[in-house]
Design a protein around this ligand. Structure first.
Ligand SMILES: [Zn+2]
Length: 402
């Protein structure tokens, strides 16, 4: 690869450029879209966002919004994966989202960092929606359930796709570790002396308040298998703290901010404080609870973790007459012995689906039962668990509807 690029490198302003591949053909401020090597591009954007949070330079901010909108609106896969093309490990053209795309694990990590840095700049929940999509899907599939085998590429439909215990380019496992070790920072955020509850993960957080008092928040949940999340507050004396609770956009029927993907849920989101229902005034993806918190106060959020059908925008040629299945933040797939079995199936977007927890399957997962057009039953598993069962060597996220 290196020699090929050295041969192609041209001199611009007396220095070599590797073109879009390395995002250095023109100033980033002049690049209209996110292009080139997906890991480099997303990590570059992450660094630019980190710089922008210090310098607040409008050129940085405009470029970041433009690139993020292009990525999430036209180049992001339903699993949160990016980098469609194997050659150069790069972003494809707008709306080029083939089912056998490359999607390196490191690019999932890079995009996850980019989403989080955009949240840090804006406190807008849409960035956490996409971070969550990455964490539960394109990132988590990068490691086996046994914890010692990894993927480099993460296609959405595949046959014979395996994880490896070593790779000649072992970049993905350390990147996986880097982003997962930052999880505590993602679950909660503090900005402008306000608390943001971003992710629904059980645990405790101890906050030091400006008056030097402490406030402890305990989060209990079985998310993503169940939609109920309970936050209990422990404090020595009543404390004033604005708390923003994230309401994922999928839970309100918005799968993607640009309608690259569309879906809907039947049940509604419920929010209670000390048992009393609160109105869902969602602003930038959060409901603000601005009040005095007493010891033992509890916030209960119930999200519609039910099966839902996802369809892609008509502009995506490769995904016309296809559907995907999801529940909560998880994208699902069918896994069988052979791809030809999967290729012969047809499903209906009107088909009935049921979700059920199976404690004995794949370390305990929700499965989704669905029926094809001939009446045959199938059980879909979370995409992140593919390749963990003997003999099951083929899977499909995108199922045919005709
Ligand atoms: Zn990698």
């Amino acid at each position: 690869m290196d020699q090929e690029y050295k041969n192609q490198a041209k001199l611009v302003n007396s220095r070599p450029t590797w073109g879009n591949y390395a995002q250095d053909s023109v100033s980033v401020f002049q690049m209209p879209t996110i292009e080139g090597h997906a890991v480099r591009a997303t990590l570059l954007a992450t660094g630019m966002a980190a710089a922008a949070s210090e310098n607040r330079d409008s050129r940085y901010l405009q470029t970041l919004h433009r690139w993020w909108n292009n990525m999430v609106g036209k180049k992001m896969f339903i699993t949160g994966g990016v980098g469609a093309i194997h050659f150069d490990e790069k972003f494809g053209a707008d709306y080029y989202l083939p089912t056998d795309a490359y999607l390196e694990t490191c690019a999932a990590v890079g995009s996850g960092y980019f989403h989080k840095r955009m949240f840090d700049l804006t406190q807008d929940g849409k960035y956490i929606d996409e971070l969550e999509r990455v964490l539960y899907n394109s990132l988590l599939t990068g490691i086996s359930l046994s914890g010692d085998n990894y993927t480099y590429q993460n296609p959405l439909n595949a046959q014979g796709h395996k994880r490896w215990d070593w790779h000649e380019c072992p970049c993905c496992p350390p990147m996986f570790l880097k982003i997962t070790s930052e999880l505590p920072d993602y679950i909660y955020s503090i900005a402008n002396e306000q608390l943001y509850v971003n992710l629904f993960v059980g645990g405790e957080v101890k906050l030091q308040l400006n008056n030097n008092d402490h406030l402890l928040i305990r989060q209990e949940t079985e998310y993503p298998w169940k939609g109920k999340v309970v936050l209990t507050i422990e404090t020595n004396r009543p404390q004033k703290l604005p708390v923003h609770i994230r309401i994922p956009a999928w839970a309100k029927g918005k799968e993607n901010p640009f309608d690259l993907y569309t879906s809907g849920v039947k049940e509604t989101v419920l929010l209670r404080v000390n048992g009393k229902i609160r109105k869902l005034n969602v602003d930038k993806g959060y409901v603000l609870l601005d009040q005095l918190w007493k010891n033992g106060d509890h916030i209960e959020l119930v999200l519609p973790v039910e099966p839902r059908i996802i369809e892609a925008n008509y502009a995506v040629k490769d995904l016309r007459q296809k559907m995907a299945v999801a529940s909560g933040p998880l994208v699902y797939c069918l896994e069988e012995d052979n791809q030809s079995v999967l290729n012969s199936l047809q499903f209906s977007v009107e088909g009935k689906m049921q979700v059920q927890f199976d404690a004995n399957l794949l370390n305990g997962v929700n499965t989704i039962s669905l029926t094809d057009k001939t009446g045959k039953h199938f059980s879909a598993i979370p995409y992140y668990t593919v390749g963990n069962r003997k003999g099951k060597t083929a899977y499909q996220v995108w199922l045919s509807t005709n």
